[in-house]
Design a protein around this ligand. Structure first.
Ligand code: NDP
Ligand code: 8X3
Length: 253
């Protein structure tokens, strides 16, 4: 057990992939968890499997009013959130910008940027008041480099990168830490969502090399959260060994 025991950790997008893996890893440390996502049945299943205090909240992170209400009405014993993992996010399509699906753009902007902002705006004031807290944003290599067809998704992750830096600057006179964990290719439901349920295309994204698994990223997130108070990890970029940057991947076959 580490310093994370009994800490309250709120994870957005905990119903699958990286968020679910973070829930498992923080639970192993004895943290208490608030898990958010739209798919309640997935959260219930995860809650049952975890050996720790865990509260689940069915929520669409794009809904600003719901977020404010939910955070304001948290039971007293769940209000003092120590770690916020801003993980909920998605990609939609891989088309050239001039051929892109505008509804998909709206979904990415509303979720990856605005959703992250709403939840952060609701939770950070409490951290400032308590002089305690850590925000860990899940960015992406797509927030550092643009790849073909990445356009709007990359723009949202560049925004997450900018917001992480902005939070860190604005909170520098407080004990609150701000970090980003930015993965390359991780095999999750991400590509299934990006390609609107096209399983074959999604599976092909992870063929011919060994991609990261969700728990690889979750281990980095827990490590970042578990540094001593005077240590603030600004950024962790994590790739599969076969990936060198957003565009260079050693894919066999
Ligand atoms: P998954 O699709 O497996 O998980 C995405 C999670 O986000 C789900 O739990 C989903 O829950 C939640 N989510 C999506 N939209 C909303 C919404 N409107 N409201 C609430 N929750 C939402 O993908 P990953 O685990 O891969 O993605 C997690 C994060 O990691 C994302 O921010 C992604 O951009 C980032 N990332 C992923 C990489 C990868 O290669 N997989 C690489 C780099 C970064 P539900 O649908 O139940 O609401
Ligand atoms: C998700 C990984 O490389 O598809 O952020 O952008 S990538």
């Amino acid at each position: 057990m580490t310093d994370l025991k009994d800490k309250i950790v709120l994870i957005t997008g905990a119903s699958s992939g990286i968020g679910e893996a973070c829930a498992n890893k923080f639970a192993e440390q004895g943290s208490k968890l608030i898990l958010m996502a739209r798919r309640k049945e997935r959260l219930e299943k995860l809650q049952k499997s975890l050996n720790t205090d865990c509260m689940i909240i069915e929520l669409d992170i794009r809904n600003r009013e719901d977020i404010t209400n939910v955070i304001e009405s948290l039971p007293k014993e769940w209000q003092d959130i120590d770690v916020l993992v801003n993980n909920a996010g998605l990609g939609r399509g891989l088309d050239k910008l001039h051929e892109g699906n505008i509804d998909g753009w709206e979904e990415m902007i509303d979720t990856n940027i605005k959703g992250l902002l709403y939840i952060s705006r609701a939770i950070i004031p409490g951290m400032v008041k308590r002089e305690k807290g850590h925000i860990i944003n899940i960015g992406s290599i797509a927030g550092h480099q643009i790849y073909p067809g990445g356009n709007v998704y990359c723009a949202t992750k560049f925004a997450v990168n900018a917001l992480t830096q902005g939070m860190r600057v604005d909170l520098v006179d407080t004990p609150i830490r701000v970090s980003t964990v930015d993965p390359g290719l991780v095999e999750t439901e991400f590509s299934k969502v990006r390609f609107y349920g096209d399983k074959e295309r999604a599976q092909n994204t992870y063929k011919g090399y060994k991609p990261l698994e969700s728990h690889d990223v979750a281990e980095a997130v827990v490590w970042v959260a578990d540094r001593p108070q005077h240590v603030q990890i600004a950024e962790v970029i994590i790739f599969p060994t076969a990936q060198a940057n957003a565009m260079v991947l050693d894919k066999k076959g």
